[in-house]
Design a protein around this ligand. Structure first.
Ligand SMILES: [Zn+2]
Length: 399
């Protein structure tokens, strides 16, 4: 197949419609609607994310979508990011819809007196953000105006920067490996429109560079492409067609903690300013889903598949056993459907194949009699007759 055909076949907007994952509507340009099948994938991605972060010592938070204008003036977003923001007015006060979750995390950090012993504090937030993009540039889930960032904000001491960045890089590596992505790294340095002093910027850049060198990771330098508040390492993942997508990012920030008077009490009993690390792994859940749809061509691994198996009774006489089987498999934690229409089995198989359902379970007289099922795998065909317990073991092992 030519590369153009392969790209077209994998187009996430086309597959999103065929597999009923999401839709785009005139009523909210650039703000996707998630359909039940798409929500299953989304929830699996979020659950996986939550588990991994809990294990890695993060605490989950949730901050408001809309906060007062003055907060955004204080954070610097008003000056540096105004054109991409949405605004509102409530009780005669100006508000902005958050384009990033950082200031919210800062308010939580500042809500208590902090000691050096508490650091690093790692706040993780699946934050819904809105950013204005030109209507002509909107596309499916790839370029949107509202999306969920898998954000985290780490408040660290200066002596913890390198070890924390090191751990973040390991966590990101774990995620991308799970989906079979390799990746390239880019280090972005001080832009023209920067905040703070050159000296601090140099320090931040060399801290990031030193971690990359210690881990012996190859990277490219993007001169002048850092965020306005600090330098960053960007991750560009490579999909199954060899296309590159920017997803994860790790950004050092020596500015925002000072602007918001963040403090902790140091070992010497004197107040100190922590350093902030902003980071994301998926980047945005929506965009990452678009990449996954194209990467897998809609043939998701079992744990992400909206329907993991469809039971296909051959005739009416097998329907009641099909539903018993469904119940049994659902108790085992699997997502199962029954195709109980009065249609030829060949047609039911063709449709399940077309919908890329990983497994089909065919039920006839013999299967009802010996409490089994005839297993069929998407693309691979017949796997033979199997007992229910063996099926449960196999599918749970694959998850
Ligand atoms: Zn941030």
């Amino acid at each position: 197949m030519s590369i153009e055909k392969e790209v077209e076949k994998r187009n996430h907007r086309k597959l999103g419609q065929e597999l009923e994952l999401f839709m785009s509507m005139e009523e909210a340009p650039g703000m996707p609607f998630f359909l039940p099948n798409g929500m299953v994938i989304r929830n699996e991605l979020e659950n996986y994310w939550k588990q991994k972060h809990q294990k890695a010592g993060y605490q989950e938070i949730k901050t408001p979508i809309m906060m007062k204008q003055q907060l955004w003036e204080q954070s610097g977003h008003w000056d540096h990011y105004h054109e991409n923001m949405y605004f509102s007015n409530v009780d005669e006060q100006n508000y902005a819809i958050k384009p990033m979750s950082c200031p919210g995390a800062v308010l939580i950090f500042n809500s208590k007196r902090r000691s050096y012993r508490e650091l690093p504090i790692r706040y993780a937030e699946l934050g819904l953000v809105h950013r204005h993009e030109l209507s002509g540039s909107l596309s499916g889930l790839l370029r949107v105006r509202s999306f969920t960032q898998d954000d985290a904000h780490l408040f660290v001491r200066e002596d913890q920067i390198e070890s924390e960045v090191d751990k973040v890089l390991d966590l990101i590596d774990e995620f991308y490996s799970e989906f079979g992505f390799s990746y390239k790294l880019e280090l972005s340095t001080r832009p023209e429109d920067f905040m703070g002093s050159v000296e601090i910027w140099d320090k931040a850049e060399s801290a990031l560079e030193s971690v990359l060198k210690k881990k012996e990771l190859p990277y490219q330098i993007n001169q002048g492409d850092g965020a306005f508040y600090g330098p960053k390492i960007d991750f560009h993942i490579l999909d199954s067609l060899g296309r590159s997508w920017q997803c994860g990012t790790v950004q050092l920030d020596f500015q925002m903690p000072g602007k918001f008077n963040c403090q902790y009490i140091g070992e010497d009993n004197k107040p100190q300013i922590p350093i902030m690390i902003h980071r994301a792994i998926y980047g945005s859940i929506e965009r990452f889903m678009a990449i996954l749809i194209e990467h897998f061509a809609g043939e998701f691994p079992l744990w992400l598949s909206p329907v993991q198996a469809r039971i296909l009774p051959i005739s009416d006489a097998h329907v009641s056993y099909a539903y018993q089987l469904k119940e049994h498999l659902e108790i085992a934690g699997l997502r199962i459907e029954v195709d109980d229409r009065v249609e030829k089995i060949g047609l039911k198989i063709r449709e399940a194949e077309k919908q890329k359902i990983p497994y089909m379970m065919i039920i006839g007289d013999q299967e009802v009699e010996n409490k089994s099922l005839a297993m069929r795998k998407h693309r691979e065909g017949n796997l033979g007759q199997m007992k229910i317990e063996a099926v449960v073991d196999q599918l749970r092992g694959e998850k």
